[in-house]
Design a protein around this ligand. Structure first.
Ligand SMILES: *Cc1c(COP(=O)(O)O)cnc(C)c1O
Length: 388
């Protein structure tokens, strides 16, 4: 077995060697500033615009609709603050869901402090929002709907096309955080009724610290950062060219073999799921059984603590997480599982396995073997298990 079995691709991924290779010249050879008029700048401007065009091509949108940011978090912040500010005179009500990433939920909390009213839609036991509930939540002063494409803890895919239709009918701007969906599903923005879409490179074998916000032409959004006239005046600051080049290469690579990679990864995910459910009693698979991205499996192991599982697996070289990387530092139960009605004790014993292109069947089998031992050991020590 390799020293590390990495099953935490929803937290971040290793930079693909081809991505790194594409980025390398832009540190020392082509170091110009894309805003400079001389040849060193012009070369970079062209490379930057080619990268933008590549990303736009895979999303079926216009180049000018892609705005580079420092990552998914910044894109989410820009979308929410940007729309809230631009449409202030129209209304002050935003609708989101209880299972969003903290980049959305905590931005909403901040907006609330600025006087924006926020409705947080509930989800069903699979983590799906209800389009009927969404319709009921819409008010004359609703300016924005923000619902994620695919959930980062459970993998459930929300009914984005249907939500978009509802938003269109009510003339409300619709933003979706697609950080976990990009590279798992093909997104066609010429058909999908989405106005703003968040992306991040480091979840798709690109570098950390670069992402983008798709802003559909005509969408009103106020810049949140001021300086030069970069990024169509939507986001000031010299562009992170090398990382943008890497991001574009990563987008290209994940789309090249998307269907076959998905198939291979889903098979491994199923192997893991079957291995766990067949060999370990009292487990619960969280998330939608079919409407889900292929690489993610969330399982609750009753009567044990997630932290204990993580640390025990880690000592065998296996990297997994409990819910999201952001929640794992706190002892709160996952807000996603809580919203789905998973009891707190059960939620505490939940583990997210997220697979990637390099994982193998042997790694999955080894992980299942380790899990069987770890769960048994932890349950023997668990007062909850003994009381049962
Ligand atoms: C990782 C993630 C983010 C944050 O993206 P960063 O580039 O790390 O800032 C936002 N939303 C979702 C769903 C994510 O999984």
């Amino acid at each position: 077995m390799p020293k590390t079995i990495y099953l935490d691709h929803s937290a971040t991924t290793k930079v693909h060697p081809t991505v790194l290779e594409a980025m390398t010249p832009y540190f020392q050879e082509e170091y110009g500033n894309p805003s400079s008029l001389h040849h060193k700048g012009r070369v970079i401007r062209q490379a930057l615009e080619t990268a933008r065009g590549q990303i736009a091509k895979y999303l079926h949108c216009d180049d000018k609709e892609i705005i580079f940011t420092s990552g998914g978090t910044e894109a989410d912040n820009l979308a929410l603050f940007g729309v809230a500010q631009a449409l202030k005179s129209k209304g002050n009500h935003i609708i989101t869901s209880a299972v969003e990433h903290h980049a959305i939920l905590n931005t909403c909390s901040q907006l609330k402090k600025n006087g924006v009213d926020v409705t947080i839609l509930p989800v069903d036991k699979y983590g799906l929002i209800s389009p009927a509930e969404l319709k009921k939540a819409i008010r004359p002063e609703t300016i924005l709907i923000s619902i994620m494409y695919a959930n980062n803890e459970i993998g459930t895919i929300e009914p984005i096309a249907e939500i978009g239709q509802i938003a269109r009918q009510s003339k409300i701007t619709f933003q979706t955080d697609a950080v976990q969906a990009i590279g798992k599903t093909r997104i066609d923005l010429s058909k999908l009724p989405v106005d703003l879409l968040t992306m991040s490179a480091h979840k798709i074998y690109g570098p950390k610290g670069i992402g983008a916000l798709y802003i559909r032409k005509g969408t009103r959004l106020a810049a949140q950062q001021f300086g030069g006239h970069h990024e169509f005046r939507k986001r000031a600051g010299t562009e992170n060219v090398a990382f943008i080049i890497g991001f574009a290469k990563a987008i290209e690579l994940v789309h090249q073999n998307l269907e076959s990679d998905n198939k291979k990864i889903a098979e491994l995910r199923d192997r893991l799921q079957n291995g766990i459910t067949k060999n370990i009693p009292e487990v619960l698979v969280n998330g939608h059984p079919t409407e889900r991205i292929p690489n993610l499996l969330n399982v609750s192991f009753k009567y044990v603590e997630g932290e204990g599982i993580i640390l025990n697996l880690d000592s065998s070289g296996i990297c997994v997480s409990s819910g999201s990387a952001c929640t794992s530092e706190s002892l709160e139960a996952s807000h996603v599982l809580s919203a789905m009605g998973v009891p707190t004790e059960t939620a505490h014993g939940s583990i997210r396995f997220s697979l990637g292109i390099e994982n193998t069947a042997a790694e999955i089998d080894f992980t299942v073997d380790c899990l069987v031992k770890v769960i048994d050991k932890l349950r023997q020590m668990s007062p909850l298990y003994k009381k049962k």
